[in-house]
Write a protein that binds this ligand. Structure first.
Ligand SMILES: [Zn+2]
Length: 236
């Protein structure tokens, strides 16, 4: 049985405690580092197996950063379409809260091309998850990614956004208009912001979430904002 199949069999529809126990069992049977973080096959301990690494190297689009600003005053870059190895790593990060996936993603993202740079006093932040969902998943995966990224960029990272917890539907499967309505008033600044802010997120879909976060940061005083996401829709 592959580790993926084992995980599927174990995780099923269990709650957080069962998931934690299942994760622990898995770690005993297949210690972290022994399996590819993207495909789950045995590796020699490099985080990604040779095939997954090769698929990245062979994909000419991998290091093509795309700039597409969701609002005139929000420069936003995404690294690649939402598929293959980065997509798998994002799934590991999102649903298994694997810090290793966050680290690997941050390694794939850097170095940044010379035309993308941030002022030295920039603070990295993330799209805060609703508290009820964070409790359900035990960790805010956006935070893991932002922290891994900030470390690579040698920039400080902290939570700058608070998120309303009620009346919010999952963004998945909502249209652009529904997303906008769903997120109206969802975010507010956690502190007074007198420095540039870089919002790091895993997947960009319509850009609505980034815009709502930017609005909230501006209402807290932020004047200079940037956004980076790992993946974006293929048409971008
Ligand atoms: Zn692999």
């Amino acid at each position: 049985m592959s580790s993926r199949a084992f995980e599927k069999w174990l995780f099923g529809k269990w709650g957080p405690l069962e998931k934690a126990l299942a994760g622990w069992t898995k770690d005993v049977l297949w210690p972290e580092g022994a399996l590819c973080c993207a495909c789950g096959r045995i590796t020699d301990g490099g985080g990604l197996c040779a095939d997954c690494l090769k698929s990245l190297r062979n994909d000419g689009a991998f290091f093509a950063w795309t700039r597409s600003d969701p609002a005139p005053d929000l420069p936003a870059w995404s690294l690649r379409p939402h598929d293959s190895v980065p997509r798998e790593l994002i799934i590991r990060l999102k649903y298994n809260a694997e810090a290793r996936a966050a680290r690997l993603l941050s390694e794939l993202l850097l170095p940044l091309p010379p035309d993308i740079s941030f002022p030295p006093d920039t603070v990295v932040t993330w799209v805060t998850m609703p508290e009820s969902r964070r409790r359900e998943r035990a960790v805010d995966h956006g935070r893991l990614l932002a922290e891994a990224f900030a470390e690579k960029l040698s920039l400080p990272c902290r939570q700058l956004l608070l998120r309303r917890d009620r009346h919010e539907k999952r963004q998945v499967n909502l249209s652009a208009e529904q997303r906008a309505a769903n997120l109206t008033g969802a975010f507010r600044p956690k502190e007074r912001i007198a420095f540039p802010v870089l919002i790091v997120d895993d997947v960009r879909t319509t850009g609505t979430t980034l815009c709502r976060c930017a609005d909230a940061l501006r209402s807290g005083g932020a004047e200079q904002l940037f956004a980076l996401t790992v993946t974006a829709p293929p048409h971008m």
